[in-house]
Design a protein around this ligand. Structure first.
Ligand SMILES: NC(=O)c1ccc[n+]([C@@H]2O[C@H](COP(=O)([O-])OP(=O)(O)OC[C@H]3O[C@@H](n4cnc5c(N)ncnc54)[C@H](O)[C@@H]3O)[C@@H](O)[C@H]2O)c1
Length: 329
């Protein structure tokens, strides 16, 4: 298939482009590079030994989207493009709603116009709010406490309504848990601008000496050691989940959790990183971060069953691959 990957120069998008190319699909990337670098596109081509078509465009630009769709015969879209910093979304809600919602609506509009019937959307476990773990796709969605999370809930609803009104338009909504790690080549991975919001790049930057100490937000949660529990998933396994979702997409709207189904506390993650890489990570326990929940992990059985997809990489590989990438930066 010929797949348009929006946000394909980003962290999850770049790994998914590699997975698509390795599975024999062709890739067109549309990315405005607002949170990524063009060099990533070269790395994707280098790793896969295949060419991709790259457009530096903003996917909220309808004229630019029309041009891409009229130039290429597109079989499906994987829509990663969007902003994801929770704190920034609280400070700049309008910017987040504009970027994340307008991009989703315009892409769906152009898909309908050009008869593109496969649409895979990047959602997040954040849509479950503070539900009881493990999170299941059938649960009611709860308020997410921030505009970023709301853009995911709203995008899911918008795509669901569009698919219901246009039966040929098939949508796969993928709810990611906590992607970490990097490609084993060490060429692509998570390289945030400024102070990282996510734990793994924070840890690797402490390991490298770029940051002094990890801040662990709270050790009084009702979890095994009091620190927050998350479902860390290797980004290459997550990327494979997209290929599986695309290749198994039937009519209608299908929602899948992409996680390992296993919760890991912050202290367990730190221990795994130290073990995997033989590096000590200094840390301080600080106050809880507003909006954080105690535990978040998936029931991933629906994706296992319906997509024939399971994770293959463990926590040690996640930590080893993340560190290899950081060392190369
Ligand atoms: N990383 C996570 O922890 C996580 C968890 C759940 C969901 N998600 C979602 O997955 C998607 C990808 O996340 P990521 O971690 O790869 O983020 P990322 O920032 O690395 O990648 C997003 C890419 O989209 C591009 N982009 C943003 N707005 C654009 C626009 N208007 N037009 C064109 N390109 C645009 C950026 O330049 C970037 O390359 C996002 O939608 C994110 O919300 C991420």
């Amino acid at each position: 298939m010929n797949i348009l990957v929006t946000g394909g120069a980003g962290y999850i998008g770049s790994h998914t482009c590699v997975a698509l190319l390795e599975a024999g699909h062709s890739v067109i990337i549309a990315d405005n590079l607002s949170n990524s670098k063009e060099q990533v596109v070269d790395y994707v081509q280098h790793i896969s030994n295949k060419d991709v078509i790259f457009y530096k465009v903003d996917v909220t630009d309808e004229v630019a989207l029309n041009e891409i769709f009229s130039r290429h015969l597109i079989d499906g879209v994987i829509h990663f493009a969007g902003w994801k910093a929770v704190g920034e979304s609280v400070e700049k809600p309008l910017m987040y709603y504009m970027n994340n919602l307008v991009s989703t609506m315009l892409l769906a509009k152009v898909c309908l116009l050009y008869g593109v019937e496969r649409f895979v959307f990047s959602s997040s476990a954040t849509v479950y709010g503070d539900n009881k773990v493990p999170f299941k796709e059938t649960m009611d969605l709860l308020p997410t406490t921030n505009p970023y999370g709301e853009t995911k809930v709203m995008s899911e609803r918008i795509l669901t309504d569009i698919a219901n009104a246009n039966p040929a338009f098939s949508v796969s909504i993928l709810r990611y848990f906590n992607p970490v790690g990097a490609h084993e080549s060490g060429l692509i991975g998570e390289a945030p601008n400024g102070i990282p919001n996510n734990i793994m790049p924070y840890v690797t930057q402490v390991a490298k000496g770029k940051l002094e100490k990890l801040r662990v937000f709270g050790n009084d949660y009702p979890t095994l050691d009091g620190t927050g529990v998350r479902d860390y998933i290797h980004v290459v396994d997550l990327a494979d989940g997209h290929v599986a979702a695309l290749e198994n997409l039937n009519e209608g709207v299908h929602t899948y959790n992409l996680g390992t189904g296993k919760g890991t506390s912050v202290l367990e993650l730190l221990k795994a990183f130290e073990e995997a890489n033989d590096i000590e990570i200094p840390f301080d326990i600080v106050d809880r971060r507003p909006g954080d929940i105690a535990s978040c992990f998936a029931d991933a059985s629906k994706a296992n069953r319906e997509l024939g997809w399971t994770v293959k990489r463990d926590l040690i590989e996640m930590c080893r691959d993340a560190w290899r990438f950081e060392k190369n930066l």
